[in-house]
Write a protein that binds this ligand. Sequence first.
Ligand code: PMP
Length: 326
Amino acid sequence: MDYAENILGTIGKTPMVKMNKLTKDIDALVLAKYETFNPGNSVKDRMAVKMIEEAEADGRLKPGGTIIEGTSGNTGMGLALAAIVKGYKMVCVLSDKQSKEKMDILRAVGSEVVVCPTDVPPEDPRSYYSTSRRLSEETPNSWYVNQYDNLANTRAHYETTGPEIWEQTDGKVTHFVVGVGTGGTISGVGKYLKEKNPDVKIWGVDTYGSVFKKYHETGEFDEKEIYPYVTEGIGEDILPKNVDFSIIDGFTKVTDKDAAVYTRRLAREEGFFLGNSAGAAIKGLLQLKEHFTKDDVVVILFHDHGSRYVGKIYNDEWMKKMDYID
Ligand code: PMP
C-alpha cells in the first residue's frame, strides 16, 4: 500500500513543468516549479510545517497551544492544516487588501481570521504586524510564528525546495527566478543551488511600492519606495530577516497591471491556473530575457493557486475597474 500518514505527508515533491508559449521568445529551457500541488495549494505548506516542528522541538509551541500569525493567506493555510493534524488552535491576522477567497478558505480550515487595515505603517498599532504581536502577548499558551524573521522559513526551502529543483534538473539549472515576500523561498533555494554550483544566478521579482530592489542595489532603505500596491504575496515595506541579499544577483520590478495581465495569460496560454504573484514572476522573467542563452535552464517558481483570485484577477469587471483591461 502507498499512502501518507496524514495530509502533511503530501507536502513537497511537486512537479516541474516546461513552459512553451509565453516563453517562446526565450531560447533557454524554462521550467516551472509548480507549487500548487501542495495540499494547501501553495509553496508555503513547506515552511509552515518546518516552523511548527522547530517551535515544538525547542518548546516555544506546547501541546494545546494557539498559533498566531500575520499572513497573506497562504502561510495561514499551511499552518492551519498542520494545526489540525497536530491539535493546535490557529489565528490568522490579515490585511484588508487580501482577497475574500483567502479569508473564507482560512475559516474553512478552522482558523480564526482577524482583518487589519493595509494602508498604515508597520509600527502603527492597527497594522497586521503590530496586531499579531499584541494578540500573541495577550493569548495564554500562544506562539507568534513571525514568518518574516523566523529562519525556519528559509531552512524549509534549503532542505526541500532547493534539493528538488537540483534533482529535477539533473543539476543543470543555471538561473532561478522567483517572487520575493518574506524571502524564505529565494534565500533557501538560492543558498542550496549556489552551494551546489556557485555560477547559478538567483533573480528576485519585486513589485512597485516595495523596498527590495532599491535596497539590494544601494544598501539604502528608502521610504519613498513604499506605497500601496495590489499584487499579493510579494514586495515588503520592511526588510525581513529571511531575505538573504547576499545570495541574490538582482531584482526586477513588475507593475500591478502587468502582474494581473500575465497571471491571466498563464491560465489561457499555458493552462496554468495560478495566483497573482505568478504573473509578476513570469513577467519578471521575460524582462530578464537578455540574461539567458540557449543552453540555459531557467527555473521559475509559482507560489499559489488561481482559485484564491477568482473575484479579482479572473473577474473581468474587477480587471476593468482597475483599468487593467479594456
Ligand atoms: N507569492 C505568494 C502568493 C505568496 O503567498 C508568497 C509568500 N508571501 C510569495 C509569493 C513570496 O514567497 P516568500 O515569502 O517565500 O518570499
